[in-house]
Design a binder for this molecule. Sequence first.
Ligand code: SF4
Length: 178
Amino acid sequence: MRRTLFESLTTGALTEPAPAPDRAALAELAKSVDRAARAKLGRSLSIREVDAGSCNGCELEIHALSNAFYDLERFGLRFVASPRHADVLLVTGPVTRNMREALLRTYNATPDPKWVVAVGACAVDGGLFAGSYAVAGGVKDVIPVDLHIRGCPPSPTELLKGLLALLESTSQGNRGRR
Ligand code: SF4
């Protein structure tokens, strides 16, 4: 016991430091998303996050967008509490049978024009949880999806790149499912 205590006090951190985000690139990406949203909608983008059954890994990355470190609300990106105020639904996780109805109602409550972004490998086709008795499938099995952002989980930078790609493709009038 004493030895373990001594080792824990004298051994430094064994984990690798997290990679530092490229702040300038992130800021440029966020500005581009805001510009594209203003061109398309005439205002900033409002996002409603829907956890349809994820492990919360994807939520941690999505929440990072508005934490004190990334602080992307300064560029106009807003997370809203109600789907009635949202332009984009960011949906994570496999869709569990328990969340299927809630996801459908959230989709129906979101006014047009609206876009659905499925975030993470699980949102594509159920990922790790595909085939479980509790899983109804990927997001596209329940509601129409405009964009998939893959990764387990995707980083904040990948999330921003996805949102930008979505806005740029829709502003060119070719709103397609991918
Ligand atoms: S994609 Fe990965 S992080 Fe996201 S919900 Fe699935 S297992 Fe969790």
